[in-house]
Design a binder for this molecule. Structure first.
Ligand code: NAI
Length: 330
């Protein structure tokens, strides 16, 4: 099977390499189609996300992506935002579960953050009104609000989940989040067999920290989802563990929640588990359920045995030792 690979920046090539090795060891034969994106692409093609990368993904439909660096406060537009908008990957899905052997305050966390991926404050529409005054536009459309809430309910229905919580700030942003909330209520009425709850996003953050087991599926706009995903990753052991997927109607791109981690890049310290679990979601998406389950089991066994673990997990191992441990546990 052919799958597009964006290695990414920083720790991207390290975690995607480890992921490729584990997938091969699991007996899945993938013909990886490399596609440029990130700092190297910016230097080579004058664009960190060349058109040909979007074309390759449109052609093959499925991609695994390492994280890409976006300069802070200057430079080019976020590659991730462009990729998600360009391929209309409207739904970001981040399953957050407690894993065996990982020492965290809560057991039995099992929730999914569903994030609208194409608009909100990340629409990227900013301009200087007059010197010293900048305006960022927060775009909410009925179409995007409806389809992401519907996606959340359909995910709940398929996975037999009981509760969808819509997170918003419609008390302050009465028009934009007001429209989103109205759409959420309308869609919820079509799913009377799934409980629907609406909560202010600030309150959700507090409740998540107090007891994340109260939640099941959380659905929200782009910026809130970005922040809440990292918060939830922290609840179950950190960014090195939590996988993610971006789904559209035609394509899907699988990537970890974490970024390019410049502080540890090139040192062999990156934990590949988040990327590997994203790849397991990818294998499930393309119908290789057995291999996906075997990889998840091998990860769980590795975490339980606590052998070869990287520093973010409290071990003194490297990307290499944890990759070998996972392969031997397959
Ligand atoms: P980050 O997620 O790269 O790193 C935050 C902290 O978590 C760092 O201390 C890092 O060492 C640690 N960390 C992250 N992943 C890890 C892993 N697999 N194993 C061990 N430790 C890990 O976030 P940061 O530093 O805010 O962003 C760095 C760059 O990444 C920025 O340019 C940002 O724009 C980009 N980014 C890209 C994303 C993507 O491509 N999907 C997502 C988030 C950020």
């Amino acid at each position: 099977m052919q799958i597009v690979l964006i290695a990414g920046d920083g720790i991207g090539p390290e975690v995607t390499d480890a992921t490729k090795r584990v997938i091969a060891a699991a007996g899945v034969s993938i013909d990886w189609i490399p596609a440029p994106a990130g700092l190297e692409a910016a230097e080579q093609f004058g664009d960190p996300l060349p058109d040909k990368t979007l074309e390759i993904i449109r052609k093959h439909r499925v991609a695994l992506k390492g994280p890409c660096t976006t300069p802070v406060g200057k430079g080019y537009r976020s590659i991730n935002v462009r990729l998600r908008q360009g391929l209309d990957l409207f739904a970001s899905v981040r399953p957050v579960r407690t894993l065996p052997g990982v020492n965290v305050p809560f057991t039995n966390v099992d929730l999914i953050v569903v994030r609208e991926n194409t608009e909100g404050l990340y629409a990227g529409l900013e301009h200087v009104v007059v010197p010293g005054v900048v305006e960022s536009l927060r775009i909410i459309t009925r179409r995007a609000a409806d389809r992401i809430v519907r996606f959340a309910f359909e995910t709940a229905r398929r996975q037999g989940r009981r509760l969808v919580t819509f997170c918003h700030k419609a008390d302050v942003m009465k028009l934009s989040d007001g429209l989103f909330l109205q759409c959420a209520r309308e869609v919820a009425e079509e799913y009377p067999f799934i409980e629907f709850n609406e909560k202010l996003i600030d309150n959700v953050c507090m409740e998540l920290v107090l007891d994340p087991t109260r939640f099941d599926i959380l659905v929200m706009e782009n910026l809130f989802g970005d922040v809440v995903s990292d918060l939830c990753a922290g609840l179950v052991g950190g960014l090195g563990l939590v996988p993610g997927a971006n789904y559209g109607n035609l394509c899907a791109v699988f990537e970890a929640v974490h970024g390019s981690a410049p502080d540890i890049a090139g040192k062999g310290l990156a934990n590949p588990i988040a990327c590997l679990r994203s790849a397991a979601m990818m294998l499930e998406h393309v119908g290789s359920r057995d291999a996906a389950a075997r990889i998840e089991n091998a990860v769980n066994k590795t975490l339980s045995n606590k052998i070869g673990l990287t520093r973010d997990l409290g071990g003194d191992g490297t990307s290499e030792t944890i990759t070998r441990a996972i392969i031997s546990n397959l």
